[in-house]
Ligand binder design. Structure first.
Ligand code: AGP
Length: 615
């Protein structure tokens, strides 16, 4: 989970590379570096710490690029340490003789390769797998091969995942990039071309992108761009136009991307529902779902597989799909699914949910299921991502770029898509009557309005949250469709405030976790007036009997719940299928305002990265 950028063109690239890295910083931020050509020599600047430290280092006027044949070239990297602790020595770019490169991914056979290189007399100075790649290329280059040939042969020896941006001091007008297993996009400009780990890094300079597949290589030379496949044959690539604006990627006046993205949720839901609901709310159009009526009628079992927040969305999906279709759904964490030898029969359906479309465990689970004959659909936010391209069909969430590491609007749009999918499948199978589906669809369409209503409570939620920012542990409880939101609320708090939080099925408390409750434990209870309401009230009483602090999130107008709770946050009382989405807003805001009060790095929490593209 690092960020890489590269440039070849007519402009001095220092600022382009640095700003690109800034927009990729959410992918990793423990060290960073840049490499530029100066008077025919490659000058590397790198440092420990965030990009702000690198900025000081590269600001020296003496550090700038000089062109060769009117062509500027450079690469940059922001790191999330996998091999070797964060340090200047382990920061990228790495250099081996005339070869300089940046790398995102994990080389699984690097130790063996390193031994081989050391035995040949090479002296490697870092603890990283990336430096091994630089020396491997150099080892071939030293034998008289061209830069491109040396890269081509070296990557044949690599096992694992790698997106590489590579320069060679002896060929100062050529940049080579390779993609395998971790994301890499090519930005196509006018007399200039770019590489980056993600689209937001380049939006300021181009909206035209090529997506590289695994084992594909791109070679930039002045005014020219070539893509080659694993056999070394040139291939044609489609250029995609991405209509995201730079402003969509910037903070838009909010203190953090996360808060901006929480407030973008109404629009994200609107964008995700766009053209998918008939005017009379009686029909849904999931045009991107390539499942015929016959396919749907043949589904015997559905596997829902994802990681983190996407897993919680999948749990809501399980409840909704089973309720509306009566098809058994099996829910799995991707990291478990891919290794447990799952029992998949031909024709089973696998639904992979992923905001980034690049999560290594989820991609591996997709490949495992396909190998075993499953039909794979994905729910994904990034067109052209690996999971998108390897699925049989993808139902896109139109959340727009999500920069905050903590997923918010992507989660909300995933729940929106699961609603659409469950209703569509139920209507197709006639296990859901139109009479029952119509209010579900009506509430779904009105959801943006309901979300706006809840956001108006932000000051009240902020006040409540700030009372508890020093607490050491939180409990989140819910039943049925609220249970996944209890898990999601706990994850949000953990990942941005570093406070321990447990999400639990409320009915499970008596089997042990209630021992955690004392007068210093805030317990967030999700208690909408649904069919579990009475049961949840009893759980609330059990908490109060042990002097737990009860923060209840319940239906507006529920004066009883308000009376018996220490703090009360209300949501509109609507149909069950959208209640999980309504409950999500308060738990997102609680986590956000506790983290802000604690002063943690909300958009780039420690130890985390936005897209976990390594195992
Ligand atoms: C959620 O806030 C986290 N950032 C993390 O759990 C994330 O949901 C998970 O890594 C899955 O990412 P994906 O949706 O891009 O596959």
């Amino acid at each position: 989970m690092c960020g890489i950028v590269g440039y070849l063109g007519y402009r001095e690239p220092k600022e382009i590379l640095f700003k690109g890295l800034k927009r990729l910083e959410y992918r990793g931020y423990d060290s960073a570096g840049i490499a530029l050509f100066q008077e025919g020599k490659i000058q590397v600047k790198r440092c420990l710490g965030k990009l702000s430290q690198l900025e000081e280092v590269i600001q020296e006027a003496s550090y700038h690029s000089t062109p060769t044949q009117n062509t500027y070239i450079g690469i940059g990297h922001t790191r999330w340490a996998t091999h070797g602790k964060p340090s200047e020595k382990n920061a990228h770019p790495h250099q081996a003789g005339p070869i300089v490169l940046v790398h995102n991914g994990i080389i699984e056979n690097y130790a063996l390769l390193r031994e081989k290189l050391l035995s040949k007399g090479h002296i490697l100075s870092s603890e990283t797998d990336s430096e091994v790649v630089a020396y491997l290329i150099y080892d071939y280059f030293k034998k008289g091969l061209s830069f491109e040939e040396a890269v081509f042969l070296a990557i044949q020896e690599l096992k694992g995942s790698y997106s590489l941006g590579i320069l060679c001091e002896e060929e100062p007008t050529k940049l080579i990039a390779v993609r395998n297993g971790t994301p890499l996009v090519v930005g196509v400009g006018e007399k200039e071309n770019f590489i980056a780990s993600d689209i937001p890094a380049l939006l300021e300079y181009t909206k035209r992108f090529m997506y590289l597949n695994d084992h594909e290589m791109v070679i930039f030379t002045p005014g020219h761009l070539q893509v080659k496949n694993i056999e070394g044959r040139e291939i044609k690539k489609e250029i995609n136009y991405i209509n995201w604006t730079q402003e969509m990627v910037e903070k838009g006046g909010y203190q953090h991307f996360m808060l901006k993205e929480i407030h973008e949720q109404p629009q994200a839901i609107i964008n995700t529902l766009q053209d998918r609901v008939s005017k009379d709310k009686h029909a849904l159009y999931l045009k991107d779902l390539k499942l015929s009526e016959a396919d749907i009628k043949n589904i015997r079992k559905i596997f829902l597989v994802a990681c983190g927040t996407a897993f919680h969305a999948s749990m809501v999906g399980k409840y909704l799909i089973e309720e509306m279709t009566r098809i058994p759904c099996e829910l799995d964490l991707a990291s478990e699914f891919r290794y447990r030898d799952p029992i998949i029969k031909k024709g089973d359906l696998l639904i992979i949910t992923s905001q980034s479309g690049e999560t290594a465990d989820s991609l591996a689970a997709l490949r495992e299921a396909k190998k075993r004959g499953a039909t794979v659909i994905s729910i994904c936010n990034v067109k052209g991502s690996s999971i998108d391209r390897e699925s049989d069909s993808t139902i896109y969430t139109y959340a727009g770029p999500e920069i905050g590491v903590a997923s918010t609007k992507a989660f909300m749009t995933q729940l929106t898509v699961f609603n659409l999918l469950a209703i569509h499948l139920g209507l197709t199978l006639k296990t859901l009557s139109l009479e029952k589906a119509t209010p579900y669809v009506q509430d779904l369409v009105r959801l943006p309005y309901y979300v706006e209503e809840i956001l108006k409570q932000e000051p009240n939620i902020k006040k409540i949250a700030q009372k508890f920012y020093r607490k050491k542990t939180f409990l989140y409880l819910g039943r049925g469709l609220s249970f996944p939101i209890a898990l999601e609320g706990a994850l949000k708090l953990k990942e941005i405030s570093y406070i321990n939080a447990e999400g639990y099925a409320a009915g499970e408390m008596k089997h042990g976790p209630i021992a955690l409750v004392d007068d210093d434990t805030p317990v967030i209870i999700l208690a909408p007036q649904d069919k579990y309401y009475e049961k949840v009230l009893s759980n609330l009483e059990e908490i109060k009997a042990r002097e737990g602090i009860v923060i209840a999130i319940g239906s507006e107008g529920d004066t009883h719940l308000e009376k018996i709770s220490d703090y009360f946050i209300s949501i509109p009382k609507k149909s069950d299928n959208i209640t999980p989405l309504l409950l999500t807003l308060p738990v997102q805001l609680i986590a956000y305002y506790i983290a802000v009060k604690k002063g943690t790095d909300v958009d780039q929490p420690r130890n985390l990265a936005k897209s976990v593209t390594v195992e």
